[in-house]
Each structure stands twice: as structure tokens, then as C-alpha cells.
Design a protein. Structure first.
Length: 138
């Protein structure tokens, strides 16, 4: 089984005052978005059996619409070709109070996304995909 591990992408992080001339957004934020897209391109090239994102997909508990849209756009590229994506919320993206809800609930609406965000141990079952050449025997 081939697994790609990615972590701490911090989509939406901004720093300094420079603006990306093409996008009109903070330069650091634009850089992070570009590198995230490059990472997804590479993951598609590798074609793993599973992608595991182990924390801090976003830089804040309430990511901007731009960050959320970019994350979904890129991660759906994996989902649509049948690559399961486990997304674990990190300390930057976990609400301090459970009753405020989590943006990661949104990811439960899409196929092949397995968000872990409830602040407790969770069991995830991912079925083997014939497309990927996996069998129950391994």
C-alpha cells in the first residue's frame, strides 16, 4: 500500500505586506496556495492508495472563503480519481469550544474524504479500490 503523508499546509496564512501582482492577495498566502497545488499535482503523479493530511490544513479555525475554495478544488482532484484523503484537524484548525462546530464537517459531504475533527479517537474504514489494485488480502 502506498501512502502519501502531508501536513501543516496552513492554507490562508498571511505575512508581511507584499501583494501578489497577478492575484492581488498577500504574497505569502499566494505562495502557500501555489505550493499546495504543486503538492496535489505530485500526489496525482504518484497515484497513492491513500493520502493522509495530519494537521493544520488551514491556518485558522475559520478559514477564508478563498482558502476553503482552494482546498476543496485541489482535494477534489484526488477524490474524483478515487484516492481517499484522511484529513486530521490540527491545533490551528480545531475550535476551542466543541459547540462552535468545525469547518471539517463540510468535508463529510464529499466522496473519498475522511475528516477527523471531533477531538477524540476515531476509527475510519476505507474500502479497497479495485482501480488501485488493492485486495482484502493486501
Amino acid at each position: 500500500m502506498r501512502v502519501v503523508h502531508i501536513s501543516d499546509t496552513h492554507l490562508g496564512y498571511t505575512a508581511y505586506r507584499g501583494l501578489d501582482p497577478e492575484l492581488g492577495i498577500n504574497q505569502r498566502e499566494a505562495d502557500i496556495f501555489a505550493v499546495f497545488k504543486q503538492a496535489i499535482d505530485k500526489i496525482l503523479e504518484i497515484s497513492p492508495d491513500l493520502v493522509l493530511h495530519t494537521g493544520d490544513l488551514f491556518d485558522s479555525v475559520r478559514p477564508s472563503n478563498r482558502s476553503l475554495s482552494l482546498a476543496l478544488e485541489q482535494l477534489l482532484r484526488l477524490s474524483t480519481v478515487g484516492i481517499p484523503v484522511v484529513i486530521i484537524a490540527g491545533n490551528h484548525s480545531m475550535p476551542k469550544m466543541r459547540d462552535t462546530g468545525s469547518v471539517f464537517q463540510l468535508f463529510t459531504l464529499f466522496p473519498n474524504f475522511f475528516p477527523v475533527y471531533k477531538g477524540r479517537y476515531e476509527t475510519i474504514s476505507i474500502k479497497a479500490s479495485p482501480r488501485r489494485g488493492l485486495t482484502p488480502e493486501g
